[in-house]
Design a binder for this molecule. Structure first.
Ligand code: G3P
Ligand code: CA
Length: 299
């Protein structure tokens, strides 16, 4: 009898404790049906654009590490493909801007890419942020990034210039599959694939539909979008990315009415971060994930 009373008391205590802790957990992470932590669907996403690239040379492991340290929710990775079909993390088709080399990625083997210094340019361009540790940093391959940060990280991967690299989507999905990073086709997934090319996104889904897509849109004028265009995008993607300088509140609200995520790029000042948050965005790309978290804390 005494034992029964103790067990009931423990059960009540456990229930009270769980009720107290639940709101704390749902603020940050919940648990997916695979038993792994998934982001709260209402969380405003902080995407470390090219890593914490306001602080360290873009698309280096150092920039991605800082992005994680600064509590970015996603590491953003732009992809180019070498002559020998290896996916590497780089924004431009040419290596000129972000390494000490010259020429197109498509004309270089991985071995040649690996000889480049992807950090010194940053020290020269931003002496106030220079760090001797950046000298001689390598251009990472996608696989190296995934091996380093593993399945605990989240990746927001862009197929860059897909028309230049036939087969890049197959190679991307081969790697994601190898590291069990595919699925579900929902915003909670560990990997979002983004592209300005609708065709590239369509190739991704033709290979494996179990992966969430973000349609990037480049506007040269102030952006407008019709309900028909949004219905069409919602038929294959979970969200839209567009420059915060071209969209406005009306655009964001329209996107949200179609239950699509809205992730503006690249939002770097506190003023702009507050502006797009007020418009109702669901996250943003920023070179300063630390600054964005400060803004979120201040609200
Ligand atoms: O992917 C979102 C944003 O990064 C697109 O612009 O040129 O920085 O890749 P870009
Ligand atoms: Ca990008």
């Amino acid at each position: 009898m005494e034992n029964m009373r103790k067990m009931s008391l423990s059960l009540v205590l456990l229930l009270v404790l769980s009720a107290l802790l639940l709101p704390i957990q749902t603020l940050a992470h919940s648990t997916s049906n695979t038993g792994e932590p998934s982001l709260n669907p209402n969380r405003i996403l902080n995407v470390a654009h090219r890593g914490a690239s306001g602080h360290a040379p873009e698309h280096t492991l150092a920039a991605y590490e800082l992005g994680e340290k600064m509590h970015g929710d996603y590491i953003e990775v732009d992809l180019q493909m070498t002559k020998d079909s290896v996916l590497i993390a780089m924004h431009d088709e040419k290596v000129n801007r972000t390494t000490n080399g010259t020429g197109y990625v498509k004309d270089k083997t991985l071995k040649e890419i690996k000889q480049l210094d992807a950090g010194s340019w940053f020290n020269k361009k931003y002496p106030e942020k220079a760090n001797p540790a950046y000298v001689g940093l390598e251009v990472p391959t996608l696989e190296e990034v995934i091996r380093k940060f593993g399945r605990d990280a989240r990746y927001y991967i862009e197929t860059k210039s897909p028309e230049v690299y036939p087969g890049m989507e197959e190679e991307l999905l081969r790697i994601l599959n190898r590291y069990k990073l595919i699925g579900p086709n929902a915003p909670s997934s560990k990997v979002l694939i983004q592209s300005f090319s609708e065709e590239s996104l369509s190739i991704v889904h033709s290979i494996n539909p179990d992966i969430p897509l973000i349609q990037l849109i480049s506007y040269s004028e102030p952006a407008t979008i019709t309900d028909e265009e949004l219905d069409e995008i919602a038929s294959y993607a979970v969200g839209i990315g567009a420059s915060h300088t071209k969209i406005d509140q009306e655009y964001v609200q329209k996107v949200r009415e179609h239950e699509l995520l809205m992730h503006p790029y690249t939002v770097n000042t506190k003023e702009d971060m507050k502006k797009v948050l007020d418009w109702g965005v669901t996250g943003m790309f920023t070179n300063y994930p630390d600054r964005f978290n400060e803004v979120l804390r201040e609200r």
